[in-house]
Design a protein around this ligand. Structure first.
Ligand code: MSP
Length: 659
């Protein structure tokens, strides 16, 4: 039988900065859905990629002193870049599109021309408000307190010759698409779109720019580049070969079954995108799902606010699967959720180490201890089944269908909740059946004990199948430990109690999800975040030059002399001060105290020739007199203050005047 196709996409990401845990959330959710659909026998196309044009990228490249192409290449393909992150997170995308790919650029030019020839794109003058970081045009009425309603930053007045797309022409059709079908999910997003954007009147959309060049050129009007959102949205079609020869599966996979997108870009996907497809006379995607945001301390993560969470650090510390699981288990997919390290560790400890980890390790350990790892034939059945057996088996047998309903309605968090209810039930079953007590009299209870362990392994197998889209690598290991062969890891078998072979052999393997010491891990994460923050600081920073002039005569009054260090020691009870005994050429020792103990050991300075200003009035520090000041150079390196004493050639005699 021909497989049913399923085409799912993530948004294509802006390679303007390194991606954070919020972006990872969106991609992991799409990956879990794609894996689930493959598991259920679909012919899946999973697309992700990068949205590389626009003024923001052009500006960032300029700041970095590289070309826009070099800039995006580094963030997409460079070490620790987007491709590396998706590899690390075990993202199973079938295709990756970059909007700077030649085939995409050529297709976008054809698309723009087609809408122009049809009369849906026309030339006019753009006058309005523009948010540069979001690449978004706004009308006065859409602004929030005069600022961009998406990011809250200030907008600028913009006026220039531009092309417009007749969005208004499609307003009624888009409204009925939103209101009369299940195109936009969750349903709560429909009112927001209709009331905030369509009912106030859809204005035509400015779809070209002339004030920068980093975009797809409008080939029939040099100087214009295509608005980045038009270029970006069509990636979903061009990546399948729409109006290009690079791929040839547009007819097979289009229309998309699901576009998963964050809530702030629902407007583009549920209003502008269908309107442009209507103009192109192409089929519309079946669904757009607008998921919520991962928040940090109640606010949106953003690089500019400096409050991003690095997925690399978390994956390295806790494991990729644990991180994937946490993201999907904790936050209801359509709502916002507050990320915290504590919540992450708590979820890993409770669900994975305690519930799932314990179920697997206790069950395999008992199978090993009581049956040398291989259960006896006949263990599927039991001469005297108990009510707890029937209860567990009924719950597990209903699990796959319930899970399917949850996944089909894009509620992965509910699907996982259902699986974990069963895992908790199975742990309770261990306590209720007390296999260790049964094992005390193997002659009398051996058969019963084998049946109990079979039930536990079978429960674990079915849960393992359903957890595979979320934790693919760990579930492979789990199947090996519980002895589940390839034939009993598939979707059909998840609904068939008793598929696990009776004489199954378990293997004691590594602890799949070790318990995490919360306090220690939090301290390490904070240190890692601090180190990462420091790494983004400028390598060297020096104080700006003084703007106020000092007159020459005043300057000449300062008496700078070469001085030789005769002795140097730490000042008692001070961790800052060093006490110097200096030869200043006068024949009388000079004492100077200097707050440089953090940078120098006293013994390293003896014999050195330094520079001091010697006509400052004496002052007391920690009860000791300091007659002058040693001159040093200060700067900041990666946020850390550095100090170097000014040392001069030892050939310069003590007391020589510096002028
Ligand atoms: N380039 C556009 C998408 C074009 S699609 C034709 C874009 N890129 S983005 O890199 O800024 O965002 C990509 C996705 O990441 C969006 O769906 C966005 O909602 C999601 N997220 C970014 N930060 C997020 C959180 N803190 N939480 C959840 N998702 C977040 O928009």
């Amino acid at each position: 039988m021909e497989k049913k196709k399923f085409y799912i996409t993530t948004p294509i990401y802006y390679p303007s900065d390194k991606l954070h845990i919020g972006h990872t959330y969106c991609t992991v959710a799409t990956d879990a859905m794609a894996r689930y659909k493959r598991l259920t026998g679909h012919d899946v196309m999973f697309l992700t990629g990068t949205d590389e044009h626009g003024q923001k990228i052009e500006n960032k490249a300029k700041e970095a002193g590289v070309t826009p192409q070099q800039f995006v290449d580094n963030i997409v393909e460079g070490e620790g870049g987007i491709l590396d992150l998706w590899k690390l997170m075990n993202i199973s995308n079938d295709r990756f599109i970059r909007t700077t790919d030649d085939y995409h650029v050529a297709s976008v030019q054809k698309i723009f021309k087609k809408m122009y020839d049809k009369g849906d794109i026309y030339k006019g003058a753009y006058k309005g408000k523009y948010c540069t970081p979001c690449e978004s045009f706004w009308t006065e009425s859409q602004l929030k307190d005069g600022c961009c309603p998406d990011c809250g930053r200030s907008v600028v007045d913009a006026e220039e010759e531009a092309y417009f797309f007749k969005l208004s022409k499609y307003a009624d059709r888009v409204q009925s698409l939103l209101e009369d079908t299940d195109f936009l999910q969750p349903r709560s997003r429909v009112n927001e779109m209709v009331n905030n954007f369509i009912k106030p009147g859809l204005e035509d959309l400015c779809v070209s720019r002339t004030s920068f060049t980093w975009g797809v050129p409008v080939d029939f009007d040099p100087g214009h580049v295509v608005y980045v959102w038009v270029d970006a949205l069509f990636n979903y079609c061009t990546a399948l070969g729409f109006l290009n020869d690079k791929y040839d599966d547009y007819d097979h996979y289009w229309p998309a079954d699901y576009h998963f997108v964050g809530k702030e870009i629902v407007r583009f996907h549920s209003i502008i995108w269908p309107a442009m497809l209507m103009s192109m006379e192409e089929p519309l995607p079946k669904h757009v799902f607008g998921h919520g945001w991962l928040l940090l301390d109640g606010g949106k993560m953003s690089k500019s606010k400096g409050n991003v969470v690095d997925p690399y650090i978390l994956a390295e510390k806790f494991g990729v699967d644990a991180l994937r699981f946490f993201l999907m288990r904790t936050f209801p997919f359509g709502s916002d959720g507050n990320f915290s390290n504590e919540l992450l560790i708590q979820t890993i400890n409770t669900d994975l180490a305690n519930d799932l980890g314990n179920l697997v390790s206790r069950t395999t350990a008992m199978a090993g201890k009581y049956f040398d790892g291989t259960l006896p034939a006949g263990c599927k059945t039991c001469a005297a089944p108990e009510a707890v057996d029937a209860d567990l088996i009924a719950m597990v047998s209903a699990l796959r269908d319930q899970y399917e309903k949850d996944m089909e309605s894009c509620a992965p968090h509910t699907a996982l909740n259902d699986v974990f209810k069963v895992i908790q039930r199975a742990n309770k079953y261990i306590d209720e059946t007390a296999p260790w007590a049964l094992a005390k009299d193997m002659d009398a209870n051996g058969e019963r004990l084998a049946h109990v362990l079979y039930n536990l392994l079978e429960t674990t197998r079915i849960c393992g199948i359903l957890l595979t889209p979320f934790m693919p690598e760990s579930m492979e290991k789990l199947f090996v430990q519980i002895g589940a062969c390839e034939a009993c890891r598939d979707w059909a078998s998840a609904n068939q109690w008793g598929r696990l072979c009776e004489t199954v052999t378990t293997t004691k393997g590594e602890n799949l999800f070790p318990r995490i010491d919360m306090e220690k891990a939090i301290a390490e994460l904070e240190a890692a975040a601090e180190a990462a923050r420091k790494a983004t600081l400028p390598a060297i920073e020096t104080e700006p030059l003084a703007t106020e002039n000092v007159d020459f005569d005043t300057f000449c009054k300062s008496d700078f002399r070469a001085v030789k260090v005769k002795a140097c020691e730490n000042v008692k009870k001070s961790d800052k001060l060093l006490k110097f005994t200096l030869d200043d050429g006068t024949g009388t020792d000079r004492q100077i105290l200097s707050g440089i103990a953090k940078w120098y050991k006293p013994e390293d300075l003896v014999g050195k020739t330094l520079v001091a200003i010697v006509n400052l009035p004496p002052r007391k520090m920690m009860g000791q007199e300091s007659c002058g000041m040693l001159i040093s150079a200060v700067h900041t390196e990666k946020g850390e203050e550095k100090l170097n004493l000014l040392m001069v050639d030892d050939a310069i005699p003590a007391g020589a005047k510096l002028c």
